[in-house]
Design a binder for this molecule. Structure first.
Ligand code: HSE
Length: 429
């Protein structure tokens, strides 16, 4: 190779960082052919120097403070695999870009909170910011939106963006085991975030959706514009009712352009069994994109795990070796245009509602009256068995209804004396 080697500084040697280093150590010939130059790790930083790892790191400098990698004389490109939106990760990103060193990150929280600020810095210092691994692990959705689909106007993008939630929902359905039990498995298998509340309460998927929305709609990354709810309240009963009604429950991130604004939401959805996404199971992720020219497009693959995430990081490393990069979010910051959010009063969709009610005369009539007054029309209704000793489940599916009217009706339904638990509502895709 005539070009000098590309020298990497890696911050964070957890599952992903160690796997990236291991692949560079063991598949150097392949990587250098793709990058047009040798690719070497020259410096690393991690919390525990003595931990057993899959990579050897022979002759690699150890730096105690990761931020020092930005100024390290033997580092050309900084790879950040620490995580977290603030602190060391943010300081390192800022320092690397200011030092005009390409910055590669898998950190969705960092980009969801500070994407515009970091993209501005990368433009100001004329240096690349790469983030393929930040969304959907091994699925190459960032480059797909930023480069391959650049000629399309995106109408809608939605997907299964959190492997932990998908694993939990799939395993609950297949085994009948309870939520907490299955979450412990996901943590053991290494899918879950350090703080699993980010997974199960929808924030991890929200970070990813905020990044995808920016790429899809050329708008500034704006996490605050998303409505976010997670899967904590999904019960085995809902999972079984879904199946009976022809749906499967998935935590989706949905971003849709409408005439009245952009709808961005992370929430559990009932996905019809006729949809491909209903059958994306376990820790897999999937992203559906509707483009003006390409039409419908679905990407499915491993959304978490060391090797799949390392695959995306390595793709970015090879891009850095080859040089040149489009703006991080597809358009320059100056060309990003904020899009008005769709208010709930203009948002329309169908709903699944489960109420746990006392099994006594008049309950259905009272419920129907509340829905009639809210102008919500029922498409189908299900009540199982008779249980004089306790509550019975009443489940209904609505026709397309107004989001705000539904919220108001639910508040009233929840206050009925015969409704014994908080109503469970799930949007229908
Ligand atoms: N905790 C994430 C998930 C992994 O479960 O999908 C990578 O973002």
């Amino acid at each position: 190779m005539s070009k000098s080697p590309l020298r990497l500084g890696i911050a964070g040697l957890g599952h992903v960082g160690s796997e990236v280093a291991r692949i560079i150590e063991t598949q150097g010939a392949h990587l250098s052919r793709r990058g047009g130059r040798d690719i070497v790790v020259t410096a690393v930083s991690a919390r525990d120097k003595n931990k057993q790892r899959s990579c050897k790191l022979a002759g690699v400098a150890w730096v105690n403070n990761p931020v020092e990698l930005a100024a390290h004389k033997d580092v050309d490109v900084v790879v950040e695999l620490i995580g977290g939106s603030e602190g060391v990760a943010r300081d390192l990103a800022t320092a690397a870009l200011k030092a005009s060193k390409p910055f590669i990150t898998a950190n969705k929280a960092l980009l969801a909170h500070h994407g515009v600020e970091l993209a501005s810095l990368s433009e100001k210092h004329n240096v690349a910011l790469y983030c393929e691994a930040a969304v959907a692990g091994g699925i190459p959705v960032i480059k797909t939106l930023r480069e391959s689909l650049a000629g399309n106007a995106v109408k809608e993008i939605y997907g299964i963006l959190n492997g932990t939630c998908n694993y939990i929902l799939t395993t609950m359905r297949e085994t009948g085991r309870a939520f907490a039990d299955v979450l412990a498995d996901a943590q053991r298998l290494g899918y879950a975030e350090a703080d699993p509340t980010f997974d199960i309460d929808g924030m991890d998927a929200a970070h990813k959706l905020a990044i995808l929305s920016s790429l899809a709609f050329s708008s500034p990354v704006d996490l605050s514009a998303l409505a976010v709810s997670g899967i904590r309240n999904i019960s085995l009963a809902d999972i079984h009712f879904a199946e009976e009604l022809g749906f499967r429950i998935k935590l989706l991130g949905v971003s849709r352009q409408t005439e009245k604004g952009l709808m961005q939401r992370v929430s559990p959805y009932m996905v019809p069994l006729t949809e491909q996404l209903a059958h994306v199971e376990g820790a897999l992720n999937a992203v559906f994109i509707e483009g003006s020219a390409v039409g419908p497009l679905t990407l499915i693959g491993r959304g978490a795990g060391a090797a799949a995430t390392a695959s995306s990081v390595l793709g970015d490393i090879i891009d850095a070796a080859n040089g040149g990069a489009p703006p991080a979010f597809g358009v320059s910051v100056a060309n990003m245009k904020a899009i008005k959010s769709l208010p709930d009063s203009d948002s329309i969709g169908a709903f699944y509602v489960r109420l746990m009610v006392a099994d006594e005369p008049g309950v259905l009539a009272d419920m129907a009256a509340i829905l009639r007054d809210a102008r919500i029309s029922i498409q189908s209704l299900l009540q199982k068995g008779r249980n004089e000793a306790g509550p019975v489940a009443v489940v209904f599916i609505t026709h397309d209804s107004n989001e705000k009217a539904m919220a108001d009706a639910l508040a009233k339904l929840g206050k009925m004396p015969s409704v014994l638990e908080a109503p469970c509502v799930i949007r229908i895709l």
